[in-house]
Write a protein of this length. Structure first.
Length: 290
């Protein structure tokens, strides 16, 4: 039975920005994930506004987004800025059948992303759930399985679109991908911030993302002794993490696919990693990484 779904839209007033940088975007997305708790089906966050597709009635869904925006406003205040002023009430458009849900998801992912400068394919835009639908994320705020169940077989293929062939797991002959890219790709697959990889968090997603980064780095011909300090870890600690965290070959292939795709890499969130990981400068002795 198809349940009621809402297409939610809101934004900052006039020419104001809703978000100013990657830290804002990650914080807003986290608050949205907390507020909707599995009811979020698709999303895109843009500099001035956002679109969400969520399961629930209009009043409930609007209240959840209001809670997320209030929490985000507190985050902005802690950064020493005034919270963005919204252009008006949250707009909620009900979707009452699978066809309308399909149209909303396609609009959220593809129309909005393609309007962004430098974006040639919707999956290149990092602040949407498109990559989860095309098979390049194993975790994240969007409940893709629930969305596909609501869509049914008739419309599932339309929102999934063409999937990218996943990279292999053959060891590289020499390092050709910078560890910043490997870290950002590993974080993206698990829907976490690259900044979290160098932090102290022990959540399941960030732990698996760290292990994927180390495994991917070894495949790319880096030694753990080179990679571990980039996340503020010792070699023994990195080795223990890899041995204790179950290997996920599909996630590893996803991360490598992302890291090898120039269009995706160009837009990966890496602001927290620029030039360093874990606050430490990094130089590879072979100087062969791009």
């Amino acid at each position: 039975m198809f349940m009621l779904v809402q297409h939610l839209n809101c934004g900052a007033r006039g020419r104001l920005q809703l978000v100013e940088d990657g830290f804002d975007l990650f914080a807003l997305l986290e608050e949205i994930a907390i507020a909707f708790r599995g009811r979020l089906l698709a999303y895109i966050l843009l500099p001035t506004h956002l679109h969400l597709v969520a399961e629930g009635d209009a009043a409930e869904s609007t209240a959840r987004l209001e809670d997320a925006l209030a929490a985000f406003a507190r985050f902005v205040a802690r950064r020493g800025r005034e919270a963005p002023v919204l252009r008006g009430p949250i707009y909620a458009a009900p979707k009452t059948d699978p066809f309308e849900l399909m149209r909303s998801i396609l609009y959220v992912h593809r129309k909005n992303a393609q309007d962004m400068p430098g974006i040639e394919r919707p999956l290149e835009y990092p602040w949407s759930s498109e990559r989860a639908y095309v098979g390049l994320r194993v975790a994240g705020p969007a409940n893709v399985a629930r969305a596909l169940a609501l869509l049914g077989r008739e419309y599932e293929a339309a929102v999934r679109g063409p999937s990218l062939p996943l990279a292999d797991l053959e060891p590289a002959l020499f390092p050709s991908l910078h560890p910043e890219v490997l870290a950002a790709a590993s974080a993206d697959v698990y829907g976490v911030s690259p900044h979290e990889l160098a932090g102290a968090g022990r959540g399941e997603a960030v732990t698996r993302a760290r292990a994927t980064f180390f495994r991917l780095g070894v495949l790319e011909r880096y030694a753990l002794s080179e990679l571990a300090p980039l996340l503020g870890r010792s070699r023994s600690r990195a080795s223990r993490l890899v041995s204790e965290t179950p290997a996920e070959d599909r996630a590893l292939r996803m991360a490598r696919t992302i890291a090898r795709d120039p269009g995706i890499v160009r837009h990966l969130p890496r602001s927290a990693l620029r030039g360093t990981l874990g606050g430490r400068p990094w130089h590879h002795k072979a100087s062969t990484c791009s």
